[in-house]
Write a protein of this length. Sequence first.
Length: 351
Amino acid sequence: MRKSHPVRRAVLAGAATVSGIVLLLSLKPASDPGSAQAAGQAPPAAAGQAPQGGVNGAVTGDAAQTQYGAVQVRLTMNNGRITRAEAVQAPKGGRSDQITASSVPRLNQAVVAAQSVEIDAVSGATYTSAGYKKSLQSALDKAKASAGAQQGSGDAQTLTGDVAQTQYGPVQVRVTVVGGKITKAEAVQAPKGGRSDQITSSSVPRLNQAAVAAGTADIDAVSGATYTSAGYKKSLQSALDKAPAGGGSSQAAGSGGGRTETQTLTGSVAQTQYGPVQVRVTVVGGKITKAEAVQAPKGGRSDQITSSSVPRLNQAAVAAGNAQIDAVSGATYTSAGYKQSLQSALDQAGG
């Protein structure tokens, strides 16, 4: 048998080694997933994702109305990360009780896992899931605005007011605030259909201009559009109330060596069996100095119950400094709605 020459074997072995190295280099991925981070570039944030900006505390989304009832989501956040999600309102009564009990815990878990609004609807709970996601998006928007305010008072904030119901339809206002000043105002909802189309197209642009010019909700109603103007101003005020401390709705007070921030915070509307309840509080230096119900059940027996219970609830809120107040005897539903709206107001202050 013919023997291989030692030199030839060495040459062949060297060639094989070089070929192997070339092959390994050609198999390296075209893009390294960690290259952006290594270069100091963060990956772009997905739409609807929880803001990573040091946001802490509870944030309550706006109530989303569904065919079977309202859905409202509250998030607890730690350094911009969602640590807990809960539905403070959800459809109830009859078949809705079973659907809510089955679907809401799954939606809560999905939010914490996804850290965004990109969650799947629960099978058999289409309307509840859609309302949940809508309120969730609203909560994330508020958290994003808060994170932006913490990064600097010159950053733009987009604040959407609560829906104001009028005789001719809902009105909802969104404002852009830069450095504490309104730079843009728009109506994302306004009465429509028939005569309302003409009134809306004529009045809303004038209301938008007035809001920017005034920088507050203290604007004149447009002649011939009384109801639309009243709804606009109400929603505009609720948008400004949502500005975090240091934003457009806060005022510095005090003298000497300290500054005390005054905030006016309006809670979300709480629907009760006898009508909506909505609470507005004034907070100075982290303490409630004034509480009032801007909406409360009315008509018939409700007038008497409201006039008797609301002043006592207002006093209790100021005394307690939080939403842990006793219900007023004989006004169970009003008290429950009051406490729910009060809590949502305090959540906007991170309380």
